[in-house]
Design a protein. Structure first.
Length: 332
């Protein structure tokens, strides 16, 4: 099957909505990364997501809604603290995990009693959900454990012939996934740092638990090695480079190219802007990998605001304690 990519025109979005409503798969842009979407209340359609992503097991998915009413149809209730966060940050890169209603299929939540929901802040994503008239379950549109796609071209390269339609809405403005937050009573826990800075959440609800590195992952984003390119990643500046001479070295710089010879360089943000760096992170890594390097050195960035999500992703990529297959099997 030839990849079906269409610019996200109103006609293409309407067609994509029909595909979703009738059980098909559509890749679509969000403000964070491209999603691989299916009708969230149709277990067969959701099962195709796992097939196409080649997830080794079923992991809980995020359900995307176009308004708060749709979220209310999935959750049992919305506590006051969640309402506050929704009011402040939806539509946007904030995913909330709360107890689910019985009709939300187990395949969406991997059997958990909770469901993760977010209202994306991208006009194409919102228009697609409205066109489909159903909530859309969507993980990032990449094979399991691999780099997330931030452009339609990434989706084409990784999954092109395996989805019914890819809506091209240009590059994703944030470029890292949403922040995932679990609400239990009046406690707020971050399960995955993401495009919404934790500081913004804390400003609203006070200090939050950080549960992103628990031994028993509650979120695949918590796997030690995840989001990774196919070559090893090491965190360090150019002074730390130690490689055999025949190795091709890729270098992911924070603000300036290194003053030494390497085979391929990408710069995250010449002006030191963390939002720009986050938006470019996966794209730069896709390009370094395409340049055919054997190893990628990535400079650390400041761990504030979006820098936390960037360092979280880099640390997961750099984790080499466990071979990838084993890390996946160990997932909660
Ligand atoms: O930005 C994003 O969130 C993107 C775009 C497409 O919206 N989606 C995304 O989905 O990153 P995915 O499936 O790659 O990641 C979903 C994250 C995982 O870390 C998953 O474990 C967590 O959300 N999650 C989903 N449901 C959960 C639940 N019931 N309890 C705990 N964690 C959950
Ligand atoms: Mg993902």
């Amino acid at each position: 099957m030839a990849p079906q990519v269409r610019p996200a025109t109103p006609e293409a979005i309407a067609e994509a909505g029909r595909i979703i409503a009738s059980g098909g798969l559509v890749a679509f842009p969000t403000e964070t990364v491209y999603g691989l979407g299916a009708h969230a209340l149709d277990p067969m359609a959701v099962a195709r997501i796992f097939e196409v992503k080649q997830r080794p097991r079923f992991d809980p998915l995020i359900v995307h809604v176009a308004d708060v009413g749709m979220a209310e149809s999935l959750w049992q209730f919305i506590p006051a603290i969640a309402r506050q966060l929704i009011q402040a940050f939806w539509p946007g890169p904030l995913t909330l995990v709360l107890p689910k209603r019985a009709h939300v299929p187990d395949i969406v939540t991997a059997g958990l009693p909770t469901v993760a929901v977010r209202m994306p802040g991208h006009p194409v994503a919102l228009a697609l959900i409205r066109a489909a008239s159903v909530p859309i379950a969507a993980p990032s549109a990449n094979p399991f454990g691999y780099l997330s796609p931030t452009r339609a071209e990434h989706v084409v390269a990784m999954l092109g012939d395996r989805v019914d339609l890819i809506l091209d809405g240009g590059p994703c403005p944030y470029g890292v996934e949403s922040t995932v937050i679990l609400i239990e009573g009046d406690r707020v826990a971050v399960l995955r740092p993401g495009a919404l800075p934790i500081e913004d959440v804390e400003r609203m609800v006070g200090p939050v638990d950080i549960r992103t590195r628990s031994a028993r992952p509650q979120s695949p984003g918590q796997l030690p090695r995840h989001y990774a390119p196919r070559v090893p990643v090491r965190i360090g500046t150019y002074t730390t480079i130690r490689e055999p001479p025949d190795r091709h070295i890729g270098y992911l710089a924070w603000q300036t190219p290194p003053p030494v010879n390497v085979d391929a360089v990408e710069v995250l943000s010449p002006t030191g802007n963390l939002r720009e760096a986050a938006a470019r992170l996966f794209d730069c890594l896709h390009r370094l990998e395409a340049a055919g390097v054997d190893v990628i050195y990535a400079e650390p960035v400041p761990e504030v605001g979006l820098g936390r999500a960037i360092m979280d992703r880099l640390q997961r990529m750099a984790h080499d304690g466990t071979p990838r297959g084993d890390a996946e099997k160990n997932c909660g």
